[in-house]
Design a protein around this ligand. Sequence first.
Ligand SMILES: Nc1ncnc2c1ncn2[C@@H]1O[C@H](COP(=O)(O)OP(=O)(O)O)[C@@H](O)[C@H]1O
Ligand SMILES: [Mg+2]
Length: 352
Amino acid sequence: MRKIKVIILRNEQEDDHILWVKACEEYRNDIEYRVVNLTASDWLEEIQKEPFDILLAKPGGLTAPFKQLYDERIYILAYILGYKIFPSPLGIFIYENKRFLSFWLKANNIPYPATDVFYYRKEAFKYSEECEFPFVAKTNIGASGSGVRIIRNKIEAHKYIKDTFSGKGSPQRTGPNLDKGGILKRGFHYILHPSDILKKLDIYQTKTVNLQKGFVIFQEYIPHDFEWRTVRIGESFFAHKKLKTGEKSSGSLLKNYDNPPLDLLDFLKEITDRHGFYSQALDVFESERGYLVNEMQCIFGQSDPFQMLVDGQAGRYRFIGGRWVFESGDFARNGCYDLRVEFVLKKFAGNQ
Ligand SMILES: Nc1ncnc2c1ncn2[C@@H]1O[C@H](COP(=O)(O)OP(=O)(O)O)[C@@H](O)[C@H]1O
Ligand SMILES: [Mg+2]
């Protein structure tokens, strides 16, 4: 059988797609790959230069202008030109777009914390007059808790609204995450890799000039000690807990590998089956109303070599013959990208 030909669609950050490359190298007997920068002006010529079977996306999550550019080109590639893209275009559009995600969750009747998006200062003020405190203000883009603020009273709410609509921009952390564990470890990393510091500083600067203006995202506050990070890649399912440090679970890197409840896997399977998501993380709160979806990411970081432990063993769940079956093993290696490539090979090798 001939090798399957893929193009990795990189984003504006030079090595952000490197795990796709590593995974394609791992499967080089079955796969041939090249890399195209989807944010460069010659993107389409480069893509169409030689035939290919499928496009592998690595959407960026740094700034709104690049996010929009990436999404628009994915739209053209998928819906105007009819190319196959993995992860799915919808998964990419939802990724790092909390505003769009809230519309999508609402339209699909998926349970999530009540969310309002206001483009009028007046509407935002009205909310702050009538809401319960605390509530949560979020920027549209900005991972690891950097754009999330707990608003405790009217004064804080008014300041947030004023900053956002007056041109200053929504309050957002643009520098290092001091909540994150392993500051020392990261300091050591930069001693060994000094050029990475410059890259980080560049990123901080880019974030500073791109602060969100003109709209706010306000959300009901959900009390929690942790959120579930649930993951589906192909037919493999995982879940672990992200623990809260300070006010946030996201970006803390503090994990707990308790056995996940099986009804949580049902919840994940139901949503991903229905919408055809085969590279998907769902961050889930356990609330009085049951499970609520907080975030959805088709590409996500991974700080440990595994995504789940069950009775202390690393492995995955699969749904076989109507029930959940645990299989121990090393399924999350290379940040789950090997599993993604395995899925792409299985799914697309057959229909050439
Ligand atoms: N509605 C909410 N109520 C209470 N805490 C929240 C809420 N939304 C987010 N948080 C806390 O803030 C953290 C970061 O928010 P999240 O929406 O995951 O943004 P991101 O991970 O992109 O920064 C979450 O992990 C959670 O601990
Ligand atoms: Mg999060």
